[in-house]
Structures are given as C-alpha cells and as structure tokens.
Design a protein around this ligand. Structure first.
Ligand code: GLN
Ligand code: ZN
Length: 782
C-alpha cells in the first residue's frame, strides 16, 4: 500500500459522455450488429479507441491538465456491463452456450457484449433497467451463488496505457464499486432469488483486489470506484448491513499492499453520514460527494475523514443548466472550512446524462444558449471553480460576475415568467383535479361506447416505416409543401384505420405517424420549450435520445393533435382514441428548468394538456389516452422524498384530465418499469382505464393487480412488442384468460404491451389478428 499517495488533482469529473459528439459509437455498434462481415468487431474497437483519445485530449484542452484528472471509462454499450466483464462474471447460460469470459475491448469481448445485451437465437439478453432515477438504462449483471468470477483487468490496463501512449495523459480508471455492483445485480436463476445480493461480497472483493494489483503494476496511480447505491433506498438489504458491507469491502481493498490510490465516489444524492463514516474507517484515499443534491458532510464525518482529500461535487451532472456559481462558491467555502484536508472540485455524477457541447447548437435561441451548460461547459465550470479554490475567488471574479449577470438576465427574461400562466396555475383548485365518481363515469361511458366485454385496443403508435420517416424529414427540411405533408400523413392514417377495422379492433387509434418522439412532438407544439440539433444523450446501449429543453413558462398556442385525431375519426364508425403524452413524462424526458418548482412546471404542462383534451372533446373524441410511462421513473431514490413527488406528479395528471366529461373515457398507459410498488399511485391517477406493460414482468403485474383489488379497468399487455416474434394464439388466449380470471373479465382490456412504432407491418397485423381471435375465443368461454 502506498502510504503517501500521489496528490489528487484539484479539478476532476466523474465521467464524460461516451457516445461521441456525432454519435460515433452508436453508428459503429449498429453497423456491426447489422452486418458484422462488412463492419467487423474491430471497427467498433477502432471507434472506441478514437473516442477515448478524443475524450482525453478534449478534457485536457478544457483544463483538466493534472495527472489523474481525466477518468478512463469502459463504455462499449454500458459501464455496468464493462465492470462485470472486468470481474469475469458471465451468466452460466451463456457459458453453457459456448461463450467465454473476455476482456471488453477485444473482438471476442465485443461479441460477448453483443450477445449479453441483445440476446441470441437461443439466449435471452440480460435484463435492462433504470440507472437510479435517470433516463439511462444499464444491463443487470447476473451474479448468483455459483457464478464463477475471475478478474480480467486486461482492458482497464490497455486503456490506461494506450491513452498515455497516444496523448501523454495519465488517466484514472473507473469501475462500479463492489457494493453497488452487487446491489445492481440479480441472481442468475429464479430459484436463487432468496439468496442475499451481498452474499458474494468477499468473492467479488477478492477480484477487485486482483484488478487493483494489476493496475498498480501497470503504473496506475489513482483508480475510481463508484458507489452510487449508497445514495439510494429500496435495496433488499437493511441500510446498516449495506454500510457494514461498504466498510468491509473497502477495508479489504484499501489494506491491499499493492494498489493505486482509491477514490470512492457517491453520486446521485447524499451518501449519508453512516456511509461517510464507514469509508472514513477504511484506508481509502479520497472521497467524492454529491453537493448538487447532497449537503456538506457533518463535523463527525469530516473529523473521521481527517486530512484525506474530498472532492466536492458542486457541478451537477443531471441537468443542462449552468451551475449557480455563487451557490457553488458558498458550498465549497463551507466544505473547506469544515474539512481538514484538501478540497478538490468535481461533478456530482458522471456527465453521462448531458450532451457534449452547447457550442455546436447554432439554431438555439441565444438567450437559452447562455443559460445552459452541456458536458464541455460543465468541465469548464469545474476547472474555473478549482482555480478559485486554489488562488482565491478574486482570481475568477470575472467568471463569477458573468454568471451572476446571466442568471439575472434569465430571471428577468419574459419567457421565464408569464403573468397569465402564473395566474392560471395559482388559481387551480382541488376541484379542478377531481372528476365525477368513478362508477358514475363507468356507467356513462358504457352507455356511450357500447363496447363488448374484453374490449381490444392498441397503445397508439403503428409501424413507423422508412417512408414515414422520410416524409417527416422532407417536411422538416422544407423539401415538401405543407399540403403534401398533410396528404402523406393522412394517407398513412387512413391506411392504419382501415387495417384496424379489418382486424376487428374495438377502440382504434390514428397511429401517430406524425410523431418523431412522444415528448419532443409535444415540446414542439408548446411554448416554453426548445429543441436541440446535437443534444443527444445515451439512453441504453447504442440508443440515444435528444431531450427538449423546458426553459420557460409553458402554454399551448394552438391545438396540437386535434386535426389528425378528427381525421381518423371521420373515417370510421368505431371510437377513435385521442393520444397525448402526460405531464410527468413530458418533464421526465426533457431537461426541465431549475428556476421554478417541479410542481408549478408540471401544472403548467398539465393545463396545456387540459386544453388539448377539451378541444379533442369538442371535436367529438370519446376516448383519450394520456401516456405516463415515466411516472415510475421519476420516483425519488429516497423513500422520504416520495410522498412529495407523488403529490405533484399525480396532481398534474389529474389536473390534465380533471376537466374531462363524465362520459369521456380517460386511458393512461405505463411501461418500462415494475409497477407493483406504485399501484397506489396508479390508482390515484383516477384514469378510467390503465394499460400496462406486462409480458416482460411475467404474470407478476396481473397477480399484483388482482391481489391489490385494483378498482379500475386495466389492460395488462398480452404481446411483448419489443421483439418481432409473433405470439401464438394459445399464448395470447392463455394470457387473456389468466387476466380475466384473476382480475375479472368485466374489468379487463386486451392490448399489446406498448406502442408498435418499432415493429414492422407484417408482424403487427399477424399478432393483432391473433390477439382479436384469441379475445373472441375467450369471450365465448365467459
Ligand atoms: N402512445 C405511445 C406509443 O404508442 C406510447 C409509447 C410509450 O409508452 N413509450 O408509441
Ligand atoms: Zn409503453
């Protein structure tokens, strides 16, 4: 063990966007997946190497010039997957199928990552789930009681060496730490469910120790181990056990004779004094804390921590807004006054969740441009603040003054504070969030819609063919006229309606061909939002999203969906369902202003949607779906914060839908999560019908709904639309029967898991045909 660790840099970041400024990684991975003959795994490795070199160079240009200031991350597909491969953890079913553990940055590693993340003909992929309360999804490692582990530090070493060789920059390798890795994992087989997630802690720690030895041998002087799990609640182990595991793991690792200095980071919230004290009791060398969401540690923890460096994560990594520098200065001063050792400046989390560089946004409103900071701008903030820590705040006085000026201009900008919008949200009454009694609504809607038992419907979108995408792109680029665009979209709607009629579905949709993305589409129709050209962030694997920026007070200058929905309705006698994205999801998938309370912003969006619903009703729309797939996603990590969240989120949904007539049937749709834990909140939405993703979570949700006596109509999805596979008639009938039996046929709707936009027409028609046939069969059995 190095008793005198090399000094920790004064400025650092915990991680940087990995996809590349032009989504180079996405393109490389998808080309390889599509045609590995033409684009072999080595082309992915070349891209990874280029991005790695670019990142190191860029970060040093931006001012992270000190040794060990630049993190070296593993990022082909996912950092959690990267760490599991560094531990040699490959699920037995892959080994049984002929796969072998491999270092990630090798051709065999890329093949393995591909199989694990995408599955093969014979093997289900690793499950994917949300990374804390972000919109990033990681691949869940499968580590059970018997999963073999064997450290494979090859790629960690080669990344370090290659970057040093090509750029001269000494980097700091990054891994997910042992405690978080195990908590984020699940056992390989379901019969091991009872096994404790931390049961393998000592085995895992032994492999981390081997990795640390190899890194030290290669000349690495600082390594970063991320323990974000400590900032969250809701694990299946008690907090005290978790903290004890943390202390045990880092005692072992930090007592290793041969190792680099260890930086432990806890991002995504406050680490908690218990965790800080536990780490202080070990010999780890530096600690990074989230001072964007968390607070300066108390006296006790800092005393125990002694003279070791603390990285104050004052620059948030979760939003695109400039850091409030005055606040950061105040926080850093408090930390410096209380800490006995050096204080470095850092980001609160990796910068994975923000786009690369605002400077590339040439079409943004210049005001908004001046208010935001993407990854590169955040690095500059970190570097500037570190200079202030080192030389006194006067050394960066100009920067601080400039920030204050911009902040004041933002506060005064008319778009951030519109009197009529503020008055309207202030005037909202509880009654505005309250519809007529649910049973009364049920009766009125039954009368109006006259649907059969087990009504069939879809979730909204139909296949988005290359032709539709081209139409939208041509329209955007001005290559076709407005009239040509309208005709093309109408033709698509007409086709979709015809197909649904022929299939015999009961409640039809227009198919959403005009929508690029369920949030961006509404952001473009509302005032208070801007969209970016290059603002991509990684969502999972090669998938990226481009969140809109909600910067001002939100209002709806004109109806958004009414024309398309009415056109669809004009083509059929059957009810056509209007389709909106809910306020919570619009917020969750945008970068939301930080200068107004979430509850206020959500209510503004809700009121805009309320007007849209009123206009749809005026146009005769009898059924309106308000999608809230992200309701569960925004649920705070800390249990104590959940009631307040549910209050404003559920409240916003109810405000959006609360003006709907008694005989207007309001649907909502949720997916991407496990809902068993939030059934109460779903009930509180007070929707008439709730459609849910169900096939991926097995029959769990159906059982959960039945067990909780969920009092509303529900459509647990019977077709997993994430794969092109067409379910058999028997499977569909079985699921419908099961739901009808468990929940009661009179409450059940029959529908796919989610929208069909990523599917092709042939499988869509085939599957829906069977879905209707299976429904008819089950109806006859009732
Ligand atoms: N209505 C949307 C669609 O069908 C819902 C998408 C979603 O739930 N993610 O595409
Ligand atoms: Zn969905």
């Amino acid at each position: 063990m190095s008793t005198q660790p090399v000094p920790f840099p004064a400025a650092t970041i915990l991680g940087y966007p990995r996809i590349g400024p032009d989504r180079e990684l996405k393109r490389a991975l998808e080309s390889y997946w599509k045609d590995p003959q033409q684009h072999p795994a080595t082309t992915v490795l070349d891209t990874l190497a280029r991005l790695r070199e670019r990142t190191a160079t860029r970060l040093s240009e931006l001012g992270l010039t000190t040794d060990h200031a630049v993190p070296s991350e593993g990022f082909a597909v996912d950092h959690v997957l990267d760490t599991s491969l560094a531990l040699g953890a490959v699920p037995a079913r892959f080994i049984a199928d002929g796969y072998e553990p491999a270092a990630p940055d090798t051709p065999r590693g890329i093949e393995l990552i591909t199989a694990l993340s995408r599955g093969t003909d014979r093997l289900e992929p690793l499950e994917m789930t949300k990374w804390f309360d972000t919109n990033y999804h990681y691949y869940v490692p499968e580590i059970g009681p018997d999963t073999p582990l064997r450290a494979n530090p090859e790629s960690l070493v080669s990344r370090y060496r290659t970057t040093l060789g090509t750029t001269g920059i000494t980097t700091r390798p990054v891994l997910v730490g042992p405690v978080s890795l195990l908590l984020l994992s699940r056992p390989e087989t379901t019969d091991a469910v009872a096994s404790h997630p931390l049961q393998r802690l000592d085995d895992v720690v032994a492999e981390y120790a081997a990795i640390l030895r190899a890194l030290a041998e290669a000349g690495v002087e600082w390594v970063q181990l991320d323990e974000p799990a400590l900032a969250a609640d809701g694990w299946s182990v008690e907090r005290t056990e978790l903290v004890a595991a943390l202390e045990s793991a880092y005692t072992q690792l930090s007592n290793e004779q041969q190792r680099p200095a260890i930086l432990v980071t806890v991002g995504y919230g406050d680490a908690g004094e218990d965790a800080q004290l536990a780490l202080a009791h070990t010999n780890v060398d530096a600690l990074a804390i989230d001072l964007d969401r968390g607070d300066v540690p108390g006296k006790k923890a800092l005393e125990a921590w002694g003279e070791r460096p603390v990285v104050g994560g004052v620059v948030g990594g979760r939003t695109v807004w400039r850091t409030d520098l005055a606040r950061a200065v105040e926080t850093l001063d408090r930390l410096r006054a209380a800490a006995r050792g050096p204080v470095a400046v850092g980001t609160a989390t990796p910068l994975l969740h923000v786009p690369h560089d605002v400077a590339r946004e040439t079409a943004l409103d210049p005001n908004v441009t001046s208010w935001v900071a993407f990854a590169d701008q955040k690095v500059t903030e970190v570097v500037g603040l570190a200079r202030g820590v080192e030389h006194g705040w006067d050394a960066i006085r100009d920067t601080l003054d400039e920030d204050a000026t911009i902040r004041a201009a933002r506060a005064e900008h008319p778009a951030t504070h519109k009197a009529e919008i503020r008055e309207r949200t202030a005037a909202v009454q509880d009654a505005d969030r309250q519809r007529a009694d649910a049973e009364q609504r049920r009766a009125a809607q039954r009368e109006r819609l006259r649907l059969p038992v087990l009504p069939t419907t879809t979730i909204g979108s139909f296949p988005q063919t290359p032709q539709i995408r081209k139409t939208r792109a041509d329209h955007r680029a001005g290559r076709i006229t407005e009239a040509e665009y309208t005709d093309a979209i109408r033709a698509e709607i007409a086709h979709t309606v015809r197909v649904q009629e022929e299939l015999g579905l009961d409640v039809l949709v227009h198919g959403e061909p005009e929508r690029n993305d369920m949030v961006q589409y509404f952001a473009e129709g509302l005032d208070g939002f801007v969209t970016t050209q290059h603002g991509w962030v990684q969502s999972y694997g090669s998938r990226c999203t481009r969140p809109s920026i909600l910067f001002g007070d939100v209002s709806r200058p004109a109806p958004i969906t009414v024309d398309w929905t009415s056109y669809a309705a004009s083509l059929t006698e059957r009810p056509v369902k209007g389709m909106l994205t809910g306020p919570v999801t619009i917020l969750a998938w945008s970068f939301v202003r930080d200068d107004a309370p979430a509850a206020e912003v959500a209510d503004q969006v809700a009121l805009a949607l309320r007007d849209e619903i009123a206009d749809l009703e005026r146009a005769g729309t009898p059924v309106i779906q308000v999608d809230e797939p992200a309701l569960r996603e925004l649920l705070p990590l800390r249990a104590a914060e959940r009631p307040a969240y549910l209050e404003w989120s559920v409240g916003a949904f109810r405000l959006a839908t609360g003006g709907a007539a008694t005989d207007t049937q309001i649907h909502t749709h949720l997916c991407y999560s496990e809902f068993e834990t939030v059934l109460g909140a779903i009930d509180a939405l007070d929707a008439d019908v709730t459609t849910l993703e169900a096939s991926r979570s097995g029959s769990g949700i159906v059982t959960g709904l039945a067990a909780s006596d969920f009092p509303r109509d529900v459509g647990p999805g019977v077709w997993d639309i994430h794969s092109p596979r067409v379910p058999t008639f028997e499977e569909l009938a079985g699921r419908i029967r099961h739901a009808a039996h468990e929940i009661g046929a009179e409450r059940v709707w029959v529908n796919p898991d989610c929208g069909l936009k990523t599917r092709g027409w042939p499988e869509t028609e085939a599957a829906l045909d069977r879905l209707v046939a299976a429904t008819v069969t089950v109806r006859a059995e009732l």
